[in-house]
Structure formats: C-alpha cells, structure tokens
Design a protein around this ligand. Structure first.
Ligand SMILES: *[C@@H]1O[C@H](CO)[C@@H](O)[C@H](O)[C@H]1NC(C)=O
Ligand SMILES: CC(=O)N[C@H]1CO[C@H](CO)[C@@H](O)[C@@H]1O
Length: 333
C-alpha cells in the first residue's frame, strides 16, 4: 500500500503515477509470462512428442494383445544385444565377421507355393533377397526373381550348393553365403568336413563371394530359441532345426522389414481342401508339402518341425515387421 507520505504530489498526478506504475508492472509480468510460456513449450514439446510417439508405437505393436510381461520380451531372444550379428564368422581367417543391414528383405522360401504366384519382379525390388540351400533362380525367374544377396545353406545341402556353384554362386558377384551345421562338421582344425569344403570354396571364389559360418555358440543359441519358443528342448524332443529357422533368425537381425514369399501358416495343412503343392519348387521330387510337413511333425527322431516353426514365426510378427506373400495371409497374433 502507498502510505500517506507527504511526497508533495497533487492527488490527480499521484493517481496518474500509480496508474503508470501499475500498468508497467502488469505489462512486465505479462511479457514474462508469455516469454516463459514460449520457453516452456520449446523445452517440453519435443519430449512430449516423443512420449506420444512411444505410446502410439506401443499401441501399434501390441495392437490386440493384453500385454503380459512375457509379450514384452524380444522374440526371438537376442543372441547379443549390443552386437546382434556376432557369431557369423568368415571361414577365411582374419577376414571380418558378417556385417550387413537391409531396409527391406525378401526371404524366398523353397516351397512349391511360389509356383502359384508370379512374384519375381516384386521380389527383385527388395534391397536384399535371401534364398535357402540350393534353391535356384534359373528357370524360375517369374516366380522367385533373379537377384540373390544372401544364401543360407545347411551342412546337408552344402554338397548340392557346391555342385551347382556355377549357377548358384559364381553368377552372383558380391553374394554372401552363410552356412550352418553341427559343431563336428564345422571344426576348424582340419577335421570339420563342411568347414573344409567351405574354406576351399571361399578360396576358390576369391573376392566374388563371402563365406560365413555359424559359431558353436550361435548353434547352441538356435537350440535355445527353439526351447524358449516351444517349451521343448530341441534335441531330446527329437527335432532338427530347418534352414528356415536359421534364416528367419538372421533376417530379424539384419532386416528392418522382412517380406516372406511362399511360406504358409501352421494352419494351412489342416484344411481338408488345402491345395497340394510341391515340397520344393525345384528338383525332380514329387513330394508334397503338406505330406512332408505332417510326417515330419510326427517323426520321433530327427524330424523337422516345419509346422511348429511356422507358428513361432507368426508370433515374431509382433516384434518384427514380417509379412507373408505368395500366398498372402495375415498373422493371427
Ligand atoms: C556381445 O558383443 C560384444 C561386442 O562384440 C562383446 O564385447 C560382448 O562380450 C558380447 N556379449 C556377449 C554376452 O556375448
Ligand atoms: C485389448 C483388445 O483390444 N482386446 C481385444 C482383442 O480381440 C478380441 C477378439 O477379437 C477382443 O475380445 C478383445 O477385447
């Protein structure tokens, strides 16, 4: 309050002065308010946006699933969080381990399903094209495309890949070959039959292709993923992992987006009117896909659990951008 001090001012001028001071004070506080508001917005807006984005992303990724803590763990469980691609080593000593990243990967299954579609041109548009074992391109371009960036091969298919190397490897300069096999076949001391073949091949093809193999830790990890996803220990449950298993894991580690071609869902073979297709789109065998899958699923020892694996892949769509084409189907997870 202003005191009745004898400042000597006339009442009217005094009133004016009070008005001026009050007005100025009001102006200053308003200005400060606006400035701070501006500042606050500038400081908080990015954080706010980021938080909203996160909520949105989480909603998208969880779309319709009550998120238990189990659902929040990554699938497949990572091999190495800080170095996801570790464990793929070059078969030539002193060469760098595998380093690769692709925005879009086309993963082309070896199933006869691909022959019912003409996705070749679409497959060729993907930044990276992944194929398995000795699945060829020549003669099937319309269905499977022409390019190959990575070929993942099993120890059992290596002899066929090697035999057809002119067509499968030499034509594809810059190709990456990734081979998997049990530890005894990959021993690097001269006693590993597949390792010996791989290193001979790598030396022969020089800089044209890079040849990698899975370390024993990687192999053990693939078993562990199987056990974690199915609740069954891989070996004692009589299961053999498929090349598709190793390939899908690699794809989740190096591709932002995975477009899978020619892979059916685990439900497909249950339908009585399922269209019969070949187990492999190439080769002379007339074996049918669903016959093979059903028989393998039941086999007590050394059976590939193709159907179980597909159910697991479907689940991984919750954590990775994986879509299924030729035939197209929507994951039900
Ligand atoms: C993961 O990879 C990094 C870098 O290569 C390495 O230092 C670390 O020991 C690895 N972690 C595990 C658990 O293997
Ligand atoms: C969280 C959520 O949206 N859950 C829904 C998922 O879908 C089922 C059936 O389609 C609904 O019953 C749930 O409410």
């Amino acid at each position: 309050m202003f005191s009745e001090d004898g400042s000597g001012l006339m009442p009217a001028r005094r009133l004016l002065l009070i008005g001026l001071v009050a007005g100025f004070a009001l102006f200053v506080s308003f200005a400060v308010y606006v400035y701070q508001g501006e500042l606050t917005t500038q400081l908080w807006k990015p954080a706010l946006d980021a938080a909203l984005e996160k909520v949105h992303l989480r909603r998208l990724s969880n779309q319709n699933s009550s998120s238990t803590s189990e659902d929040d763990s990554p699938h497949p469980m990572p091999f190495n969080v800080t170095d996801p691609l570790s464990g793929y080593v070059n078969v030539i000593k002193d060469r760098e381990p595998l380093k690769m990243h692709c925005n879009v990967c086309a993963m082309v299954s070896s199933s006869g399903q691909v022959l019912n579609h003409e996705a070749g041109a679409e497959i060729d548009k993907a930044e990276c094209v992944i194929r398995m074992n000795d699945a060829p391109v020549t003669g099937f371009e319309k269905h499977v495309g022409t390019r190959t960036t990575i070929r993942v091969a099993s120890h059992t298919s290596f002899q066929f890949v090697n035999k057809k190397k002119a067509d499968l490897l030499v034509k594809n300069k810059g190709l990456t070959l990734v081979a998997w096999g049990p530890d005894h076949s990959m021993k690097t001391d001269g006693k590993g039959r597949i390792f010996n073949g791989l290193s001979k091949l790598a030396k022969e093809l020089g800089d044209d292709i890079d040849v990698y193999m899975l370390t024993p830790q990687r192999m053990a990890y693939a078993d562990k993923v199987f056990e974690k996803e199915t609740g069954k220990p891989r070996q004692s449950s009589g299961s053999f992992l498929s090349t598709g298993w190793f390939t899908m894991i690699l794809a989740t580690e190096m591709c932002d987006q995975i477009k899978v071609y020619g892979m059916i869902s685990d439900e497909y073979c249950k339908a009585p009117n399922a269209k019969p297709v070949l187990y492999h789109y190439y080769g002379t065998s007339k074996l049918q896909e669903c016959h093979m899958y059903r028989a393998m699923e039941k086999q007590k020892k050394g059976g590939h659990r193709f159907i179980t694996e597909k159910k697991v892949f479907e689940r991984w769509t919750k954590k990775h951008e994986i879509t299924f084409h030729s035939p197209t189907w929507e994951p039900k997870v």
